[in-house]
Design a protein around this ligand. Structure first.
Ligand code: ATP
Length: 234
């Protein structure tokens, strides 16, 4: 059974349809990437999955239909979303940001989870009492990811984690994602403009153009595809 799949997914803002029959599937434990230029509809796709825009069609996670469910219930079913711009609380400490991620869980469990994820993010551990707003962009992205992980998701959604980060920092973010995926088996779906680093981390890729999936396949064959190289690898 496919772990996560959208079928005939359409999303609109008011009268304007932005996503057209989007079909994406991800196997359990995989990292999948959706590539697309500015305005292709990547953010809308993430927002459709989390119930933040009006959608039609089907979104199934582990056998459960999510279209029509509210955002909090989608989160409870195991989807965590790291939005574009990260959504960290700049006036809260690193530790308090992480506690926000665990708001549905008992305090003791949150403390144990924080320790677990600090192992993957040693910088967050050493800065746990500092305000999130004082950290670098890369550290804030790591914090946003760690906060999402504290909620113990089965599917982690990431909206352009490379945005605004230097290439070296982007590589660090993807390297920790790959490590977390390998060690914990968590399924990851990431949308990116930065094809090079994303395709290197992923096993499967999709290309979105003007709200439609126009290509899909193994990430490896996409990395070697001339058309994709020209369009997304510079
Ligand atoms: P970016 O990388 O710039 O975020 P994207 O691929 O994530 O681009 P979306 O943000 O999903 O693309 O936008 C897709 C289309 O939907 C664009 O044409 C955009 O103008 C439109 N759109 C996005 N948000 C809204 C909104 N709140 N109301 C109306 N139209 C919107």
């Amino acid at each position: 059974m496919t772990f996560f799949a959208t079928k005939q997914l359409t999303a609109s803002y008011g009268r304007g349809t932005v996503l057209h029959n989007v079909e994406v599937s991800v196997d359990q434990g995989d990292i999948a990437v959706i590539l697309g230029a500015n305005g292709a509809g990547k953010t809308t796709f993430m927002r459709a999955i989390t119930g933040l825009v009006k959608t039609q069609g089907s979104i199934v996670l582990d056998g459960l239909e999510l279209v029509g469910k509210r955002t909090h219930s989608i989160a409870r079913h195991g989807i965590a979303h790291v939005p574009q711009g990260r959504g960290t609380f700049k006036d809260l400490t690193v530790a308090d940001n992480l506690r926000v991620g665990g708001y549905r869980l008992p305090e003791r469990q949150v403390a144990a989870l924080m320790d677990r994820w600090y192992d993957f993010f040693p910088k967050l551990k050493s800065r746990s009492n500092q305000l999130a707003g004082g950290m670098s962009g890369g550290e804030q992205q790591m914090l946003a990811i760690a906060r999402a992980l504290i909620s113990q998701p089965r599917l982690l959604l990431l909206d352009e984690p490379s945005l605004g980060l230097a290439p070296k920092v982007t590589a660090e973010v993807f390297s920790v994602l790959t490590e977390i995926n390998a060690e914990t088996g968590i399924t990851v779906l990431v949308v990116e403009q930065n094809a090079k680093v994303a395709l290197a981390a992923a096993s499967k890729g999709f290309v979105m153009e003007t709200g439609r999936i126009v290509r899909s396949g193994p990430a490896e064959s996409m990395r070697n595809d001339d058309e994709i190289r020209r369009a997304y690898l510079g």
